[in-house]
Ligand binder design. Structure first.
Ligand code: 13P
Length: 256
């Protein structure tokens, strides 16, 4: 049985006051919801306040981050190391988000390196994969996802996926309101799982695969109904405590 994970990716949003109040509101709304892990990834500037707020509330919310560098320390201006994230209690680290692949030219290989470093440091990588609209229309979705996974499998073996979370995020569905249909998402999730199963059935059965891309309270349950969708990586709707909590609630209902 895979324990669902709903993670909020706050992207480049928020300020000190928003981070504090959003966590407080969210924590209050999560009371009584069981059987689901809930994580948030605030902008790295706000990890400190987020960690303090989570501790003060004695909240079960898991702290995450949106990116990491492959180096632990040294002359790497502007970068943030896995140890620094750990220092602030962040455990679930998003890597390979399509916005980083697009705006910061992150390659499959650099994402694979990040995954290895995070695992060495005892952190949980949340690796984003997914196709562009053109690739989707050309029927290349699974090929693209397999290529992104193979960058890791070929370099580190399938064992590298043990304890990792995959977020399938079709790029054309991110922030557009044009979500993948639950049937299409299920088909791709099953394809991703079977790609991993070709190398290890045990890891494939265990791995959490989240869907991401315009997940909202209105459509969340339709995804969580699907057997291979184990949670969600939520952008816009995670900035509203009520909306995000209702997505968590949908997962609790459909998965338990
Ligand atoms: P939206 O939920 O805003 O579409 O964003 C999805 C996403 O990119 C999460 O990482």
């Amino acid at each position: 049985m895979r324990r669902p994970l709903i993670m909020g990716n706050w992207k480049l949003n928020g300020n000190k006051a928003v981070v504090t109040s959003l966590l407080k509101d969210l924590d209050a709304q999560l009371v009584g919801i069981e059987g689901v892990d809930v994580a948030v990834a605030p902008p790295v500037m706000y990890l400190d306040i987020a960690e303090k707020q989570i501790n003060e509330l004695q909240s079960k919310i898991i702290l995450g981050a949106q990116n990491v560098d492959i180096n632990l320390s040294g002359a790497f201006t502007g970068d943030i190391s896995p140890e620094m994230l750990k220092d602030f209690g962040a455990t679930h680290i998003i890597i390979g988000h399509s916005e980083r692949r697009e705006y910061h030219q992150e390659s499959d290989d650099s994402v694979a390196k990040k995954l290895a470093v995070l695992k060495e440091q005892g952190l949980t990588p949340v690796i984003c994969i997914g196709e562009s609209e053109a690739q989707n229309e050309a029927g290349e979705t699974l090929t693209v996802c397999a290529r992104q996974l193979d960058a890791i499998i070929n370099a580190q073996g399938v064992e590298a996926f043990d304890g990792v979370i995959i977020a399938y995020e079709p790029i054309w569905a991110i922030g557009t309101g044009k979500a993948a249909t639950p049937d299409d998402a299920q088909r791709i999730h099953a394809g991703i799982r079977s790609h991993i199963a070709q190398k290890s059935d045990t890891i494939a059965k265990k791995i959490i695969i989240q869907y991401g891309g315009s997940v909202k309270p209105e459509n969340a349950a339709t995804y969580f109904m699907q057997p291979d969708i184990d949670g969600a990586l939520v952008g816009g709707a995670s900035l509203n405590a009520t909306d995000f909590a209702s997505i968590v609630q949908a997962a609790a209902k459909m998965k338990n």
